[in-house]
Design a protein around this ligand. Structure first.
Ligand code: ZN
Length: 336
């Protein structure tokens, strides 16, 4: 959505990256310029991004936290959150000529007019709410505008996706239900990526406003439990919600041994979303810096490959704009 002529790249909004966590692991104070990552602010500037959602990723299990070199035995998720928040704040101040925070749709518009990228702050794993609405209020005050309710572990909201049918059916906990209503009222987007199917349907039952699956693909194409079934896609679309195409090979390919993230496969998922839920229900949630394998789109400066491939499949400019930008913009407008 930048001024014409300023660059040729398609504008897009990416609903999920784990770059703050990568910056922390690398001992960096900001995400301005990061070697070897898939996103940093300097590259975002060249990428065509209109907005990037930055997740504060909070792994619960000791084994998932090793890379942060956190002291053993200390379940200091809040400490981790504070460290990533500091990197986020440092990034905003160091890159104030490129990037500005956004809290609602008006900010996105204002930043665009000033020629700046918008940054949205998110939490991946609501465990830090510790079962209290006042903690969610505290996150809101910090600028958090989306919470991915769970990661891959049980928390105060509910249960994660699972390959066990019974576990997958488990719904939100009482606090989870209360919190989802509170978030809807407050203007924090509810993100069902990573959540159990039962949790998904509870969110859908509770909410009137749109919600998102910020970084999930189609289960009918790739039977990963992180992906959405056709019925879930329909329900998400009925709510005016959006799912973001995830670039992780495991969620794109049918074969778990196939670790190449292919653009054509992304297009297959986009087309399936459109077929099942319509053109309004699909967006982008790359999961950059949170995924592993080999990548045809190796970093944010190469997003144009996806848009070019979608054009080649006969997707109109109008639809492309919806996928890249407008659908998520609509959810921000209605949900924040
Ligand atoms: Zn994730």
């Amino acid at each position: 959505m930048r001024q014409k002529g300023q660059d040729e790249n398609m504008n897009y909004i990416d609903m999920h990256c784990d770059t703050l966590s990568e910056a922390l692991v690398r001992g960096q104070k900001t995400a301005k310029s990061l070697e070897g990552t898939m996103v940093d602010v300097e590259r975002l500037k060249r990428s065509g991004a209109a907005a990037q959602f930055f997740a504060m990723f909070l792994p619960q299990k000791e084994s998932d936290r090793r890379r942060y070199q956190m002291e053993a035995g200390i379940p200091q998720l809040n400490m981790l959150l504070e460290k990533m928040y500091e990197i986020y704040q440092n990034t905003l101040s160091e890159c104030s000529d490129i990037l500005a925070p956004a809290y609602r749709a008006e900010d996105l518009e204002k930043n665009r007019k000033e020629g700046k990228l918008s940054a949205f702050l998110t939490i991946e794993n609501g465990a830090v709410a510790e079962g209290k609405l006042e903690n969610i209020e505290r996150f809101y005050q910090k600028g958090v505008r989306l919470i991915t309710l769970t990661w891959n572990d049980e928390n105060c909201f509910g249960y994660p996706h699972s390959s066990h049918r019974e576990e997958m059916r488990r719904g939100l906990k009482p606090f989870g239900k209360e919190a989802v209503s509170y978030m809807e009222e407050q203007g924090i987007l509810v993100d069902v990526s990573h959540l159990s199917d039962g949790g998904f349907y509870d969110v859908a039952d509770i909410m009137k406003k749109p919600f998102v699956a910020s970084h999930s693909n189609c289960r009918a194409i790739t039977p990963a439990t992180r992906n959405l079934t056709d019925d879930m896609i329909r329900v998400l679309a009925e709510h005016g919600g959006v799912a973001g195409i995830n670039f992780e090979p495991t969620f794109l390919n049918g074969n778990p041994k196939d670790t190449l993230s292919r653009v054509e496969r992304m297009c297959d998922h986009v087309e399936h979303f459109i077929r099942i839920g319509g053109v309004e229900c699909v967006g982008i949630g790359t999961d950059f810096d949170g995924i592993g394998g080999q990548f045809e789109i190796a970093d944010c400066t190469q997003m144009e490959k996806l848009f070019a491939a979608l054009r080649k499949r006969g997707i109109s400019e109008e639809t492309l704009e919806k996928i890249a930008y407008r659908n998520v913009e609509r959810v921000i407008r209605e949900g924040m």
